[in-house]
Design a binder for this molecule. Sequence first.
Ligand code: NAD
Length: 351
Amino acid sequence: MRVGIVGAGKISAQYSDTLLAYPELPVTAVADLDPARASALADRHPGARVLDLADLCASPDVDVVLNLTTPAGHAPVALQAIKSGKHVYGEKPLAPAMDEARSMLTAADEAGVRLACAPDTVLGAGIQTALAVLDSGVIGAPHAATAFMTTPGHERWHPDPEFYYQPGGGPVLDMGPYYLTTLVHLLGPIRRVSGVSVRPHPTRTIGSGPKAGAGFPVTIDTHTTGYLEHAGGAVTTVLFSFDTWAARLPHIEVYGADGSLSVPDPNRFDGDVEIFTRSSPEWAKVSWNAGYNPGGRGTGLVDLASAVETGTPHRTGADVALHVLEVMLALTSGEVTELTTTCTVPDRAPS
Ligand SMILES: NC(=O)c1ccc[n+]([C@@H]2O[C@H](COP(=O)([O-])OP(=O)(O)OC[C@H]3O[C@@H](n4cnc5c(N)ncnc54)[C@H](O)[C@@H]3O)[C@@H](O)[C@H]2O)c1
């Protein structure tokens, strides 16, 4: 499967590293609004050409468009690629709004192409081993979970952080996909959501790169706390914050009838999985026994290519991303929301 990358910014290097290890997924074209960025990325991939978006989508040597643009570009770029008959794997969130996201699923369905969405960290050894623990029944039936994501904010390290503080960004839409996708894999789809949010800082200051020291406005809330009711009956407490200097909170924990499961950072492919059970009441590490290992950003594209070849569902399905988007928008709405979407929990990843 030949790959055309749209968006050659900060995260593209990680995808590039992963794809360089898979010669069966050659990068043949790169597009970016900034041609210098596109050239620098294309230079890493022998034979890759720099094209504009329209030419990349129309190019016969591109089978899948890897959409690494910022959230505002996710739907328009995907729709253009789908219109040209290309499969699409895009960065998260699926889109900033439900109507745009739904139009992507409809277009892909009509065109008969695959639509896939990050995160793929959930396919890594860390989360997949946690899923295997849950499946084994060792902690009993799960009834609850907690998920906490706290940071002082991405403007400290990202040279162009403005998009994190505009619609489509924020701690929930930016980091929520990792936590909520993992929670959907662990406990199934969600039926009701409630959340409250605050915006402690109306402006932020860029901390690195050529624009360091420049201030910019914050147009969304940056600290959200809430709860999720899963369709299967379990309840999850969540916190997503760009306003927390330090915390002593776990990433994700699942609480079952016979024990507890500590799930590693869902923004990573690795990390320690630990269990504590009624019969063995001390935290104990579980060796990785499932998932893509080593994983890296782009593993979901590898999984997609193999699913296309075998005619099976890919594990980064757009139905999951659409459901997670609805959960995130509900969390940030300040209301109690009965969700309209659900999804199929993807198969566990190969060991
Ligand atoms: N930076 C990270 O650590 C990180 C980690 C995981 C996921 N992501 C996600 O990856 C995506 C990109 O993030 P980033 O940090 O690389 O952003 P970035 O701003 O560094 O890069 C985005 C690039 O996309 C280009 N672009 C935007 N719209 C375009 C369009 N319509 N056509 C062509 N090019 C276009 C921009 O010129 C820019 O070079 C976001 O959705 C983000 O949530 C980022």
